[in-house]
Write a protein that binds this ligand. Structure first.
Ligand code: HEM
Length: 426
């Protein structure tokens, strides 16, 4: 119909709605038609160009000059004057961090802050991740039923994120509420009434981030990525700015926490939906690293990312004007038959699983990817070893409506505690 009226937007493109149930339940399935027939389309509802195929998305990620990441954290739904006034009342001034910084500022900052992410540096965090995971599993192992999101997968990555950043373990529930508000604020579509409550939470989060940073400045030799940044600021004040540190203090918690919590919940859900794969992992933990990659490919926690076209260009033969906003649906790339054979099939032995684009690609590729992988692997190691008889409970999965961050809000699992190996063996 839209075409018949002379509009260049096709009917499914006109209907595309990433806040509706279709996208929320299964983003790659929801845009299958686009991958097949109209791989780059304009969404009038969103005001974005949507990119859905693997090669095109990789090319967009690769060229961060033509496709600027500056809008990566921009509010996808602009807030109204009331919410803006609330944010201003808290002195909210979230600015560029790394993920949304353009060149030439980005690369020197990324290099200056990279050392804490090397494999040797990350090894120091492994015992803490394992200890926390065991403690949380201990709490529910005899219960026979648990919501893994509420009882483990939310708080463990949050605690790991806080340790990694160097933040004292304080007020987790407050941080938890704040980071949900931040997700809705950035990637969601809150109604005007909701926007004001969200703005208060985000404003409080911003101020808390500022006060935590002030405390850190008193003891800059303490361990932590933020303290590392504070020390680097002495050496490179133009590269590691005050604005960067305050913004990263807040954005860093979200980057390191929710992404990993969601990825872990998605992975466990997916594995329990494929009991043969779960059983294989229980029998052979050597399969875990590739299984983690396949989970990130098949059902990762970042469904889509954003870029801004800085000049007139084209993607897959479609003209893209300067100033165009792009939603690059990386979860759709991960299900592209042109790159992954039998792409919808879940195969923990898939050879090219690690080609997944859930961590992005190129100059901005996720710096924390190996920390996230380590956490996911440890969660799966501990659960397959201690609860091999785990199964999914009957439930409806719900998601916080937004374009990008994706994971079930709850993940109910069940098992018979009488069959726990550690009970049988003791
Ligand atoms: C960037 C995903 C965990 C820190 C990114 C990007 C994505 C992403 C999509 C943007 C990539 C691009 O523009 O090409 C994820 C996922 C995670 C995860 C799916 C978990 C499964 C973490 C963790 C940390 C972290 C644990 C920190 C400890 C960062 C940083 C950047 C980034 C600092 C900015 C890099 C830059 O722009 O140079 N991540 N992330 N992430 N991530 Fe992650």
């Amino acid at each position: 119909l839209a075409r018949a009226q002379g509009c260049p937007v096709s009917a499914p493109a006109a209907e595309f709605d990433p806040f509706g149930d279709g996208y929320q339940q299964d983003p790659p399935e929801y845009v299958r038609w686009a991958r097949d027939k109209e791989p780059v389309f304009y969404s009038p509802k969103l005001g974005y160009w949507v990119v859905t195929r693997y090669d095109d998305i990789k090319a967009v990620f690769r060229d961060n000059h033509t496709f600027s990441p500056s809008i990566a954290l921009e509010k996808i739904t602009p807030t109204g004057p009331e919410a803006n006034a609330v944010l201003a009342s808290y002195g909210y001034a979230m600015n560029r961090t790394l993920v949304n910084e353009d060149e030439p500022a980005h690369m020197p900052r990324r290099r200056a802050l990279m050392d804490p992410f090397t494999p040797e540096a990350l090894k120091h965090h492994e015992p803490m991740v394992r200890r926390l995971t065991r403690e949380y599993v201990d709490r529910f192992i005899d219960d026979g039923r648990a919501d893994l999101v509420d009882q483990m997968l939310w708080e463990v990555p949050l605690t790991v994120a806080l340790h990694f950043l160097g933040v004292p373990e304080e007020d987790m529930d407050r941080l938890r509420a704040y980071s949900i508000a931040h997700t809705v604020n950035t990637w969601g579509r809150p109604k005007p009434e909701e926007q004001v409550a969200v703005a208060h939470a985000v404003g409080n989060f911003w101020q808390l981030a500022g006060s935590i940073l002030d405390k850190m400045r008193q003891d800059p030799d303490a361990p932590g990525w933020m303290q590392y940044g504070i020390r680097k600021q002495q050496e490179l004040p133009d590269v590691v700015t005050d604005s960067y540190l305050h913004s990263m203090m807040m954005a860093g918690i979200v980057a390191a926490h929710e992404t990993t919590a969601n990825a872990s919940a998605n992975a466990i859900k997916l594995l329990l939906q494929h009991p043969d794969a779960w059983r294989e992992l229980c029998e052979d933990p050597g399969l875990l690293p590739n299984a983690v990659e396949e989970c990130l490919r098949h059902n990762g926690s970042v469904a889509a990312w954003r870029r801004l076209a800085t000049r007139d260009t084209e993607i897959a033969g479609v003209a893209i004007p300067a100033g165009a906003r792009l939603l690059i649906v990386s979860s759709s790339a991960n299900h592209d038959e042109r790159h992954f054979t039998d792409a919808d099939f879940f195969d923990i032995r898939r050879e090219n699983a690690s080609d997944q684009l859930t961590f992005g690609y190129g100059a901005h590729q996720c710096m924390g990817k190996n920390l996230a992988r380590m956490e996911m692997q440890i969660f799966l190691e501990e659960l397959t070893r201690r609860l091999p008889h785990l199964r999914l409970a009957e439930q409806q999965f719900t998601y916080v409506p937004n374009t990008s961050f994706r994971g079930p809000e709850h993940l109910w699992v069940e098992w018979d505690p009488a069959d726990n190996p550690e009970r049988r063996d003791s």
